[in-house]
Design a binder for this molecule. Sequence first.
Ligand SMILES: Cc1cc2nc3c(=O)[nH]c(=O)nc-3n(C[C@H](O)[C@H](O)[C@H](O)COP(=O)(O)OP(=O)(O)OC[C@H]3O[C@@H](n4cnc5c(N)ncnc54)[C@H](O)[C@@H]3O)c2cc1C
Ligand code: FES
Length: 280
Amino acid sequence: MPVQVRGEVLHRRRVGAYHLLEVAAGGIAEQARPGQFVAVSVGGPTSSMLLRRSFALYRATPVGMYAGTVQFVVGVHGRGTEWLAGVRQGDPLDLVGPLGTPFKLPTTPVGCLLVGGGYGSAPLFSLAEALRGRECKVDFLLGGGSADRVFGELEAKRTAGSVTVTTDDGSAGTKGTVVDVLPDELERTGALAVYACGPMGMLRAVGTVADSYGVPCQVAVEESMACGIGVCMTCVLPVVGDDGLTRMTRSCVAGPVFPHDRVRWDDLGTVPADAFGASS
Ligand SMILES: Cc1cc2nc3c(=O)[nH]c(=O)nc-3n(C[C@H](O)[C@H](O)[C@H](O)COP(=O)(O)OP(=O)(O)OC[C@H]3O[C@@H](n4cnc5c(N)ncnc54)[C@H](O)[C@@H]3O)c2cc1C
Ligand code: FES
């Protein structure tokens, strides 16, 4: 059950091109599961920025000195994230969470390949812990535009079976994208499950490659979200349900995690004529 918490910033530090925030947020940390996100108020109490901004949870620590802390990673994009990149220790921060659906874990120990793009790698680390808790072997494939936009390489190296890095400009790892090396990684690791988080184009391509190897792929999508709690319909995308019917599905409550093969990628941004309730 999501809760609204008036949290307190405990720590903010630069990690490459990003900012890692740790916030005391009891009530959220206790419930959070890998893949879920928080919706954060930005701009302070007199701000005109009314809409909350969504961030995937990197870590949630339910116990400790502050009785519950959450961490998330911020890439500066526009005014809201710029404000967050300037918060200081002790600042209040209003959060709602945990929101959305978590990643589904395999029921048997299988090899899992975790594919992250940019700050999208952040939620994959708590997922990796949960997978290891089920005795799954975990390998990472992390990508970014440049070396400073690859999040979590060192942590991945400490904890995973293997880590492969790609950058668009070749400043770290293999020059190219995660999609370029994915076929080799699937063959090398023998992974039987793929989890991906990053830009929508990357998710689509990663899932398509995984499909071609017959490996199921879960993706955590990033659609624009105005409310984050299922009220406004900003975040809908066409998703095929168990009954084979396409519905315009709210990615903030039914997602952000979806099986890749359920999202109608060609129809993103449209209401397909055969979608439930569409006026064709
Ligand atoms: C489920 C989810 C998880 C996310 N996790 C992270 C994360 O871990 N780290 C991170 O840096 N960013 C993350 N994002 C993207 C982040 O929410 C946007 O970058 C942020 O809202 C932009 O706000 P802004 O004020 O800086 O930009 P502006 O462009 O000024 O934002 C204007 C409005 O558009 C919305 N918006 C703009 N870009 C996006 C976007 N890419 N996705 C969703 N809404 C957007 C904002 O919520 C805001 O209402 C996530 C988004 C979603 C939906
Ligand atoms: S963001 Fe409002 S319904 Fe999903």
